[in-house]
Each structure stands twice: as C-alpha cells, then as structure tokens.
Ligand binder design. Structure first.
Ligand code: ATP
Ligand code: MG
Length: 357
C-alpha cells in the first residue's frame, strides 16, 4: 500500500484536482484506491458529486471516534475507488484534539487499522500546514506537492520542503517528496524559465509528467466528476493517465516508509518497568481479556483496557520463564495477532508464547 498526501500550504495550486484525477487514473489502471478528503472545504467530495446530505460519517469521525474505521465511512466513488468524504465539521478537529497526545497520529493509526486491501491511499489536504496536514504527512510515505506556474508557487515548494525536513528531524518521519508541475501552460517564456528553475532546484524530486492547463478541469468540476470520467480523451485526462503510469513504474523502487510502522508498533508483549506490556488491536471488540498458563487458563481471564487510540492493553507482573497465553475477544479464544511466537496446543490450535527474561 502506498499512501500519498497531496499537500501544499498555497491555496489553489491543484491539490484537489490532482488528488481526484490521479485517484481516478490509478483506479482505471486496476489499482484499489482510497481517497481521503482531509480538507474542511470538502472539494474532493464535491468533485465526485457528493453533497453533505449524502453521508453521515466522514473524515471527521476517523479523527474523533475510535470505533469508526475507514470501512465504515467510505462512499463508492467508482470502480476500484472509495472516498472518505469531508465537510465543514472537519475544521473543528484541531480544537477538539488540542489536548490529545496522539493528535498528530490519528489519521495514520486509522489507516493502519483498516482491513481494506488498498493499493493506493491519496489524502487531499487543506491549504495550510495545521493539524490536518500534519496528520496526512505523518500517515504518508510520500508527499505530492503540486506547484502552479508562479513565483509564489516556487516559494511554497520551498516551504513544504522545510516542513518535510522538520518532520524528519523532529519526528523521524521521512516522507518522499514528488513535485508536480500542475496547471501549466508551458508556452509563455516566464513559465519556461520557471520550469528550468524547478528542474535545477529539485531535479530528483520533480515528476516528469506535466499537468497542462485546460479549461476542461473546471467544466468537469462543475459536473461533479473527475475529468477522466467527463472527457477521457482530453489533454488533462491523458496527462493524469501519464502521471499514474509514472507512479506505477516506480513501484519497485519506492521504499514505503510509513506502511510498516503500525505493524512494528505492535509486536507482541514488551518488557516494561511496570511488567510485561500486552497490546493488541481488535477494532471491533467490546471486551478483550487475556488468559494463559500464568492464571491456570482461567476462563475469566484478566481484562485489557481500551486506550484512547483504540488499542487494547494491560501490564502483567509474571514470573521468569516462558508463558503461553491467548486473548479472549468477545468470548472467542484467539492467539495474539501481533506475536509470531506460538506453541501448538492440545486443541489443534496454537497458543502465543512470551518470555520473561
Ligand atoms: N490543469 C488545470 N487547468 C485548468 N484549471 C485547473 C487545472 N488544475 C486546477 N485547475 C483549477 O484551479 C482551481 C484550483 O484547483 P484545486 O481546487 O485543485 O486547487 P487546490 O490546491 O486543491 O485548492 P485549495 O488550496 O483551495 O484546496 C480550480 O478551479 C481548478 O479547476
Ligand atoms: Mg483543494
């Protein structure tokens, strides 16, 4: 799964146009695509013809309700293409999460917990580097920065690169930048000099594909469909198919840094000062308990508590040596999905194994 944030604090530089048309082009290339509208303006939602009355759950709920997963909130936006919509309520997220420690990781954690097998997740960001954009950047392994042909556009790319450097230095999160020349009429001389400057400054990060200026994008937006669906043979639609092809061609080379974070975050019991810490992700569970050799396989078990981020956890002081255990999830006895160490049990299944050194 590749997670790509469409971000640039400059307004009107074609983030949404890129997010929606690239999503459509990747879906047309048989990739399973999720588009997350992460902008209170809700333009990506409108671009697919949805109005606020068409949905009750949205990106807002992904941020604020730990029980709501991506698969609860998406709308069908086309073959292979799902959309988590957004509306103006998303602007309340920043204030609602002001005191939460994990506020910048809410979106990332939700995407990690989705059981849906997406090939591509695109996240359309608002024109500001606030909490919503930080969530997208920390969730993403790659960031596509559309730049329009203006000197303010050039300035904005520099700012975005600074933001990415900050994330790397402060948060250890390394997202791969892709700079995309979008809404370019390549004929005027000043545009050509801008292109030369971009090439000189960002050679390695610049996409080869250029999205040309064409009024068809505005017409398609008015009709509530991506240009690829509105006029598949238009210049703009061809450009986005080329952009999708360019991304697909680099699939082998991209180390998708963000993807495995969640898996490595949870990896079976850990030794802590307060004892052995058990953490597990059972997003739909109402109760989770743990039982094992350390409590004579009591059917009652020991309860885990659900943390703010939705993860079930508990700490146990266990004697030194090996212990076998299972989780009891809403009454069903299951091995630990995050722990590879198992031992066969007498019922033909497997118990999870932990070791206290
Ligand atoms: N290649 C293009 N040719 C012509 N018009 C374009 C092109 N790309 C984008 N536009 C138009 O430019 C305007 C801004 O585009 P878009 O909404 O995609 O920008 P944005 O970066 O998402 O804006 P915001 O910062 O408000 O979210 C829209 O009216 C869109 O139709
Ligand atoms: Mg937008």
């Amino acid at each position: 799964m590749r997670i790509i944030a469409l971000a640039n604090q400059k307004g009107g530089c074609a983030k949404t146009t890129t997010a929606t048309n690239l999503a459509a082009a990747l879906a047309a290339a048989d990739k399973r695509v999720l588009l997350v509208d992460n902008d209170p303006q809700g333009h990506a939602t409108l671009a697919f013809g949805f109005r606020e009355r068409d949905f009750s759950l949205s990106t807002y709920d992904l941020y604020l309700t730990s029980d709501i997963l991506v698969e609860d909130a998406f709308l069908e936006a086309g073959d292979n293409l799902q959309l988590v919509p957004a509306g103006v309520e998303l602007s309340a997220v920043e204030q609602a999460l002001a005191r939460e420690e994990d506020k910048e990781l809410r979106l990332r954690n939700k995407l990690r917990r989705s059981a849906m097998p997406f090939d591509y997740v695109l996240i359309d960001c608002p024109p500001a580097v606030g909490l919503l954009t930080f969530n997208a950047l920390l969730a993403a392994g790659e960031v596509m920065i559309p730049v329009d042909p203006s000197y303010y556009g050039l300035q904005a790319v520099r700012k975005m690169r600074e933001t990415l450097t900050l994330l790397r230095e402060r948060r250890g999160h390394d997202a791969i930048p892709h700079i995309l020349m979008a809404d370019f009429d390549t004929r005027p001389r000043f545009v050509r000099s801008l292109m030369a400057e971009l090439e000189e400054l960002y050679e390695g990060d610049l996409m080869d594909t250029i999205i040309h200026h064409t009024v068809r994008f505005k017409e398609a937006a008015g009709a509530g469909v991506p240009l690829l669906h509105y006029d598949a043979e238009s210049r703009g639609a061809v450009d986005f198919r080329l952009l999708a092809r360019e991304l697909l061609a680099e699939e082998q080379d991209v180390s998708v840094t963000a993807v495995d974070r969640w898996a490595t975050l949870l990896h079976g019991p850990r030794t802590t000062e307060g004892g052995l810490a058990f953490e597990a992700d059972f997003p739909r569970a109402k109760t989770v308990r743990i039982t094992g050799s350390f409590c004579d396989w009591s059917a009652q078990g020991i309860p885990l508590e659900r943390r703010e981020d939705g993860i079930w956890s508990c700490r146990l002081q266990l004697d030194r040596g090996d212990h076998e255990y299972r989780y009891i999830v809403d009454g069903a006895w299951l091995p630990d999905p995050h722990n590879e160490a198992t031992a066969p049990n007498e019922f033909g299944g497997a118990n999870s194994v932990c070791v206290v050194p």
